[in-house]
Design a protein around this ligand. Structure first.
Ligand code: SF4
Ligand code: SF4
Length: 264
């Protein structure tokens, strides 16, 4: 915690992804003026032309890291920031592009686009050496994660408000199912339909099940998840092992490697 004597300096940085989290900030119609006036926004990738990475109190970092150039820029951001926040599920867990890690044809696709061994000179100068998508925590220490695909303003604004006030926000200690129950929704799993609510971190207010759409886990893994039980339930519903793995990895990154023993 720092004592707030002046407006905190904030930078919003973007790496690989759809830029939806930066866009979500710019679309916060009711809170946008406060966002830009309550802090000294020194860098905003999507909203400004490029400039040098400044010293900041808080760095909000979106996107996964896919090239050596991005890796170096990320490390520079870490050196110049007091607090680093991973913004959105790509930065937190690798995002959808992390799925490529587990596909056999990934190397061939890389070579097709970037040349053999990724040494296509046209791309090297521009983007650096291509590498498999990773969450930013693979390369630097992350202080706070705000997942979401994209982030939900209802989740982002309270966390950001605490941060710029010098307070440290706590993680949600429960999964999407708790928010779903508060909404009094009928449970998909009880109806024999797929839903990843039990293994997904809360914060979205269970928006999908409330609209009769199954949760696909875009807020990233809930830390207290019981994966063996979730997998068993999904098999019971009729999903194959391969389908279950892909669904859990889509927004969960290396969640299976971290949480299950054996060959998952
Ligand atoms: S519908 Fe999905 S999110 Fe809601 S309680 Fe059931 S499993 Fe959880
Ligand atoms: S219900 Fe699930 S898929 Fe929908 S926004 Fe929340 S975490 Fe993402």
């Amino acid at each position: 915690m720092w004592i707030r004597e002046k407006k905190p300096v904030v930078g919003v940085f973007g790496f690989s992804g759809c830029a939806g989290d930066q866009l979500a900030i710019l679309h916060m119609e009711d809170d946008l003026v406060d966002f830009f006036t309550s802090a000294d926004i020194k860098f905003f990738h999507m909203a400004q032309s490029h400039q040098e990475v400044p010293e900041v109190d808080i760095a909000l970092v979106e996107g996964s890291i896919n090239t050596s150039k991005q890796e170096n820029e990320l490390k520079e951001i870490r050196e110049k920031a007091k607090i680093v926040v991973s913004l959105g599920t790509c930065a937190c867990y690798g995002g959808i592009q992390y799925l490529g890690e587990n596909e056999t044809e990934f190397k061939e696709r890389m070579e097709y686009v970037y040349g053999k061994d990724g040494k296509n000179p046209e791309f090297l100068d521009l983007v650096g050496q291509p590498q498999a998508a990773e969450p930013i925590s693979k390369y630097i220490k992350v202080d706070i994660m705000i997942p979401g695909c994209p982030i939900a303003p209802e989740n982002f604004v309270p966390i950001y408000t605490k941060l710029i006030s010098g307070l440290f926000p706590q993680k949600y200690p429960y999964p999407v199912c708790v928010e779903c129950k508060y909404k009094d929704n009928d449970c998909f799993l009880l109806k024999g339909k797929y839903c990843l609510g039990p293994v997904t971190a809360a914060g979205c207010d269970a928006i999908c099940p409330s609209l009769e759409v199954s949760c696909v886990g875009c807020f990233g893994p809930y830390e207290g998840s019981n994966y063996p039980s979730m997998i068993e339930k999904l098999k019971e519903i009729g999903l194959t092992e391969e389908e279950i793995k892909r669904k859990l990895r889509m927004f969960g990154g290396d969640v299976l490697e971290k949480n299950l023993d054996g060959d998952n």
